[in-house]
Design a protein around this ligand. Sequence first.
Ligand SMILES: *Cc1c(COP(=O)(O)O)cnc(C)c1O
Length: 412
Amino acid sequence: MSQSQAEVELLDRNDPLGPKREAFRIPEGLIYLDGNSLGVLPRAVPARLERVIQQEWGTDLIRSWNLHGWMELPLKVGAKIARLIGAQPDEVVAADSTSINVFKTLLAALRLRPERRVIVSDIDNFPTDLYIAQGVNALLNGKYELRWVHKEGLEAAIDDSVAVVMLTEVDYRSGYRYDMRRITELTHQHGALSLWDLAHSAGAFPVDLNDCGVDFAVGCGYKYLNGGPGAPAFVFVARRHQAAAFPFLSGWMGHQAPFAFLPEYVAAEDIRRLTVGTPSVLGMSALDTALEVFDQVDMAVLREKSLRLTDLFIEQMEPLCSAYGFQLMTPRAHERRGSQVAYAHPEGYAIMQALIASGVIGDFRAPNILRFGFTPLYLRYAEVLEAVRRLEDVMRNQKWQEPRFQVREKVT
Ligand SMILES: *Cc1c(COP(=O)(O)O)cnc(C)c1O
């Protein structure tokens, strides 16, 4: 191995983000390479939830909507996320799930291009995005052509018939990162609108939505934002579209005056129109506190560490690729990579189970992908070395062949 233990320990000692690890509760001895699926628990969250439950819910009850700003949480949390994704504070709101936010934004975007009949996406996009588009199309009586293409055919698929180009910036399996600026510009040259899913971008590296001219975006609260299982998602609508983005899920929280209780729906002028019903206060509170770990974090520094971590992992994995047949699926070019690295292997499932049993958590994505997420806020360089060492042990001693590692669980 070319990078020695001493060298990575030096990297860790000089890591400007090193002290951030203290802000997280990381189980002893565990190497967690799955923050792209469920971020680890920020230490400040349990106390916040305890307070919300005991004081706000338990004692102050209904008064808490005003007293403790429950009503403002979606906007407050949205504004915190805005800083991480290159948006204005009033362009983002925390709400619902990513799937539901795809539904809302896709319908709103289609309505802004009423004469057009094509939705473009990547056939390897995360299934929920594709499924939601299919539901949207069914709702609109199947009027749309769902143009799902492979990455190499994407640019050719964008023409003047397209209403919306809907993509996930970082491919959840391969880790390939689209050129958001280039694709968004191309989309606009053809008069179409862009909808980006930031599930594997927000909190993982700096995103520049406004600088890239993005129209709509959505993303997850429980991945790199560490908001906890099932945390609220977020939705971005560029200011220039807010007044015209029709809120088809026209619930009372998106009304101009929810507490006027009027029979007729009138959408709020601002981003609030993308909200639907009562916010999930427990989830919002956890996410609100979880986001504090990003306070004072320079996202450029975070990106630099992320690239070093993934570079180190790729380099350390090279001998295993030749010895055991792992195939790197993630681009080596920095600008084409997010903060995850994926390998294909025919025995990927069993290998990942054996690796998890050894205390290194990554995950498996059908049909044959081993996926490793690198969260710069809490990972150490030394852990990257140790993770590869344990994987090498799994392979050399054929530990993955044990029958218990062959059994498929419900969640992989
Ligand atoms: C994780 C993920 C989702 C998840 O959507 P939910 O509604 O939160 O289940 C959506 N899109 C992408 C690209 C994802 O990676």
